[in-house]
Design a protein around this ligand. Structure first.
Ligand code: MG
Length: 168
């Protein structure tokens, strides 16, 4: 019988941060969900700051650099791209190196609109791409009490931490 010590699962933490300016007439995507709003992200891709931050957290946990290394915003291939595709690619990159996500925790800093009604949908979308239970996907929202660029409704900022583990 093998001792439990022979099964070595290694855990690694990662963090990500992303900001996008908000401007009228653009769609607002967060966590793979379109949020009805009169402003959206200025970006080369669909501007989903939650997914970009999540990609950076996952890549960081695996010491694989950052999102710009794999999906450069100078590349026409990624113009207007659905960020869910970038997240799928990121999960595949981790898997190829023997890692899989365990859980994530995101904080979306946005003055308006209230995104709470969309959080269950975001968790479902992200959990499916990450291949982890919805219970392992946490998305929280905060305003910045009208302070700073978020408070002035000039932009959205998203912080993500994640845990990954070596594939069993
Ligand atoms: Mg971004």
């Amino acid at each position: 019988m093998q001792s439990s010590k022979s099964i070595k699962v290694s855990l690694r933490i990662g963090n990500g941060f992303d900001v996008h300016p908000l401007t009228p007439g653009r769609p607002l995507f967060l966590g793979g969900v379109q949020i009805p709003h009169n402003k959206g992200a200025v970006a080369h891709s669909d501007g989903d700051a939650l997914i970009h931050s999540l990609c950076d957290a996952l890549l960081g946990a695996a010491s694989l650099g950052d999102i710009g290394r794999y999906f450069p915003d100078s590349s026409p291939e990624y113009k207007g791209i659905d960020s869910k595709i970038l997240l799928s690619h990121t999960v595949a990159l981790l898997k190829a190196r023997g890692f899989e996500p365990v859980n994530i925790d995101a904080v979306v800093a946005l003055q308006t609109p209230k995104i709470a009604p969309f959080i269950p949908q975001m968790r479902a979308v992200l959990a499916q791409i990450l291949a982890i239970p919805e219970e392992a996907v946490s998305v929280k929202a905060t305003t910045t009490e009208s302070l700073g660029f978020v408070g002035r409704e000039e932009g959205v900022a998203v912080y993500v931490v994640c845990l990954i583990q070596t594939l069993a």
